[in-house]
Each structure stands twice: as C-alpha cells, then as structure tokens.
Design a protein around this ligand. Structure first.
Ligand code: KG4
Ligand code: ZN
Length: 336
C-alpha cells in the first residue's frame, strides 16, 4: 500500500534541517545540519550569518534527506515548512526553498508554526499519543504552558514575561564562562555541583499565575558573581550552574503540574530544546508519578530544532486546514 510522504524544512534559527516522514509519524530521514560551531566564536547566533549558511547548506540537506529516505521529490505528497516564529532571514530561506519545490513539482504546501512543531515531536516519539493533553514548551525563544485540545489547536495558559528558559540558560552560561550553547553545558556542569550551595529566589509571580519571569534570576546570578569577585572569593562554576538550574526547574515543574491538575489533564507533554535537560526530565517525571500524570518526553534529538517535528505538524495541519498558497510568508513573531 502507498504511504503518504511529507517532506519538511526547518530553518528558523541555526539548524538547517530537512526530513521525510511516512504517514505523518514514521521518520524516513531527519537530516540536521547544525551551525553551532560557526556561531560559538560569537557567543551566540548571528542572524545574518545564520541566513547565509542556510543558503549554502539548503540544497545539499534537501538532497541528503531524499537519499536517506530512499525517495525522490516526485514521490513527495506534501511539503511543510516552518514560517515562524524565528529569525526572519533564516525563516525566509526555508520558506523560499519550500515554495520553489511546491511550485516546480505542484506539491501542496503547508506553513508550520515552529512551536506546534516542537509539540508534535511527541507524536513521533509516541505513536499512540493523541490530544487533548497539557504541554510545557521550553526552548531558546519561548516558554509556554498550553492546553492542546486537538491537533494544531491550543489554549495558551501561560508564558514568559521576559526571558525564555533556554535564553536564561544561555545567558547564565556565558557569564560563568561556559560559552555557547549554554543549556547543554550547564546541564553537564550542574551534575558536579551542589544545587543548595547558593539560594536563588524562585519567582512564582501572582498566586495562580502560569506565567514565568527569568530575567531577575539572571541578574541574581550576575550580582552573586560580582559580590564574590569583589570579596576575592573563588567561584565554583558547577555550584552556580546547579543552583541556577534548581531555581529554574523548581518553578517550571510546579507550574506545569499545577496546570495539568487544574485542567484535569492526566497527560503532560514536554517539548522544546530545554526538554533535553536531564534534571528537568528527571524532576518532572518524579512529580508526574506523585500525581498520577503520564509524562511524554521526546528523545533529545527530537527536542532540539529538527524538521521531522515540522513534517509531523504539517501532516496534521494539512488534514484539518488544507494547503497554503504560494503567497506564504515568514512571520518572525508568529504567536503559538
Ligand atoms: O528548541 P531549540 O532547539 O531552539 C529554539 O526554538 O529556541 O532550543 C534551543 C535552546 C537553547 O537555549 C539551548 O541552550 C537549550 O535549548 N538546550 C538546553 C539543553 N539542550 C538544549 N537547555 C538545558 N539543558 C539542555 N540539555
Ligand atoms: Zn525550537
């Protein structure tokens, strides 16, 4: 029997990725070309450089994805592409490539919201998972608690009022000298540190609020470093990493569980780059177990930016909303 093939492109930040999926959830290929090594020299992603590298890599990544999947462009039934949120120049590279292929081969095209992609990574990981469920999305650019009521449909219950979780990790890593990308480096360093060495305030905001604020924590880390330096005391990087991480994770775990209990959802779906964090996965699992909630977490490769999750989201969006036309544009601040 004939499989329905979706090919998707993800280029919203510093990963050029192209994937081919069969029937929406089976990954035939998921090629990810990372620019991390290039941006490390600058301490973070430089948007203009990211766009240029997407341009250089795109055709090769498309070809490799088709080859690994054992198909040609003529076999593709649907094209998906991230059209926001993200860096505008980077997004445009993906959107232009997808439109060109859609036009040349007369393939239907669907623009995918990057955040819906992150959630959809879980549909790949768990073939039986279906909405409704509660979801915690923690990435470099976004932090949200959303209730997913159906494929592609969600109610946003909370979000960050300043920095995203991944952004806080990256900024703190920079000031303690761990470099870019900070998240994985803090994750590793924290394993050697004492999470109770320094007490950083947990910011819960107003009672009942599912919003977040992390910029104060970032400042608290900076103040701690300055105070210690002025007093001539040695700083333990693992202790700062562990103490910072404990403050972040305690808040996001509490709020995610509170949201699931409030809305009587017994499924909690974790998504986004920070979902690769070992302590977050472990602490969230322990709290879910206490409350009879089943936790869904994708493999780390599906947590960080990749096109397989975009293809999966495209597959479901096409079924409910149909195709977009060739006027599809990039929206850097697209809301979830
Ligand atoms: O989802 P993603 O790949 O890109 C965005 O859409 O933003 O997320 C990247 C973010 C970065 O801030 C990175 O530091 C963080 O995810 N991250 C981690 C870990 N792996 C990636 N944060 C904490 N622990 C990790 N193991
Ligand atoms: Zn992402």
């Amino acid at each position: 029997d004939q499989k329905f093939l979706t090919m998707a492109i993800e280029s919203s930040c510093d990963e050029t990725s192209v994937a081919v999926l069969a029937d929406g959830r089976t990954v035939l290929s998921n090629v990810i070309s990372s620019q991390i090594a290039i941006h490390t020299a600058f301490g973070g992603v430089v948007p203009e450089i990211a766009s240029r590298h997407h341009l250089e890599n795109m055709n090769r990544v498309v070809e490799q994805s088709l080859t690994e999947a054992g198909v040609t462009l003529d076999d593709i039934d649907l094209l998906g592409v991230t059209y926001g949120p993200g860096l505008v120049g980077a997004l445009l590279m993906g959107v232009a490539t997808a439109k060109a292929m859609a036009f040349a081969k007369d393939i239907p095209l669907v623009g995918v919201n990057h955040m819906h992609g992150h959630i959809s990574a879980n549909f790949i990981q768990y073939p039986d998972l279906k909405p409704p469920f509660m979801s915690l999305i923690v990435s470099g650019g976004h932090t949200n608690i959303v209730e997913m009521t159906d494929y592609g449909q969600c109610n946003v219950l909370g979000g960050t009022r300043d920095d995203a979780v991944g952004e806080a990790y990256d900024k703190v890593a920079r000031v303690i000298g761990l470099g870019y990308p900070g998240g994985p480096k803090i994750d590793i360093a924290a394993k050697e540190g004492n999470s109770q060495a320094i007490h950083f305030k947990r910011v819960f905001l107003e009672k009942g609020s599912l919003d977040f604020s992390f910029s104060g924590l970032k400042t608290a880390v900076l103040n701690y470093l300055n105070t210690e330096k002025q007093a001539g005391r040695e700083i333990s990087v693992p202790d700062v990493a562990a103490s910072f991480q404990a403050a972040v994770i305690e808040v996001i775990v509490k709020k995610a569980i509170e949201a699931a209990l409030d809305k009587r959802q017994d499924k909690l779906v974790l998504a986004g780059g920070v979902a690769a964090n070992s302590k977050l996965r472990c602490d969230l699992q322990a709290e879910c177990d206490k409350h009879g909630i089943r936790l869904y977490v994708p493999d780390p490769v599906l947590c960080t930016d990749n096109a397989a999750m975009i293809a999966c989201a495209a597959y479901y969006k096409y079924q409910t909303l149909g195709a977009d036309d060739l006027y599809l544009d990039a929206y850097p601040s697209l809301a979830i």
